[in-house]
Design a protein around this ligand. Structure first.
Ligand SMILES: *Cc1c(COP(=O)(O)O)cnc(C)c1O
Length: 216
């Protein structure tokens, strides 16, 4: 096991225990954006099988080859998705964490129907209401959840990227509350700098890049 993976797994274990949760209930998504196949391989050799990318084209280039060598690998899309890339995304990814608008609900539903492939989705919420960030407004969430479910999309849970430079805990708590209100079980929240806080707030999917691969 790489030493960074070992350290991260240990922190997950510690914080899960502290929160009275089972460590196995927290999925570690290794965010491999910008990392080369050579940088990714040590994690695969360690037995890690869950990865995240933020760009469709980059993911196609890297993971088409890696999937042949590691057929049980899962790759999630965690970055913004343009509607015209919906079909490529449905073909490649095992989950999409960035469903954030009605037009994308339509594009993804159409692509899933065409390819006869169901890809579970997280709805991304712009939890700090920051104009430059992706994610739906909190007020738009009920309609978006309903539209996605009506379109036959499996809504796994909610995802957020809290504002940087401030304590993330209140934002994680708010996302957890919103998920409960909608009867959704999964929370994709927490990155290298704040995944321990996210675990305490109920994260089920943490997205960790730097702590596993080093500075980008
Ligand atoms: C890059 C990225 C991460 C990982 O960030 P680190 O700080 O490197 O752990 C998590 N989520 C999303 C959406 C990202 O784009």
């Amino acid at each position: 096991m790489t030493s960074q993976l070992e350290t991260t797994m240990h922190k997950i274990w510690e914080n899960a225990k502290r929160a009275g949760r089972k460590p196995d209930d927290i999925a570690l998504i290794a965010i491999s954006k910008t990392r080369s196949v050579e940088e990714i391989k040590p994690l695969l050799e360690s037995g890690h099988r869950l990865f995240g990318e933020n760009r469709v084209q980059e993911a196609v280039e890297k993971w088409t080859e890696l999937r042949e060598a590691y057929p049980d690998v899962k790759v999630h899309l965690v970055g913004q998705l343009q509607s015209n890339k919906a079909e490529d995304a449905v073909a490649l990814f095992d989950a999409i964490h960035s469903l954030d608008r009605m037009s994308l609900v339509k594009a993804l539903a159409k692509a899933m129907h065409k390819l006869e492939r169901k890809v579970p989705c997280f709805i991304q919420v712009n939890i700090g209401e920051e104009p430059q960030k992706g994610g739906c407004d909190i007020g738009a969430l009920p309609d978006l959840v309903a539209a996605a479910e009506d379109a036959g999309i499996a809504v796994e849970g909610l995802m957020c990227i809290p504002p940087s430079g401030v304590n993330a805990a209140p934002y994680f708590a708010l996302l957890a509350l919103l998920a409960r209100e909608h009867g959704l079980d999964n929370l994709s929240m927490g990155m290298s700098g704040d995944f321990e806080t996210a675990i305490m707030a109920g994260a089920t999917h943490i997205r960790v890049g730097t702590a596993l691969f080093g500075q980008r």
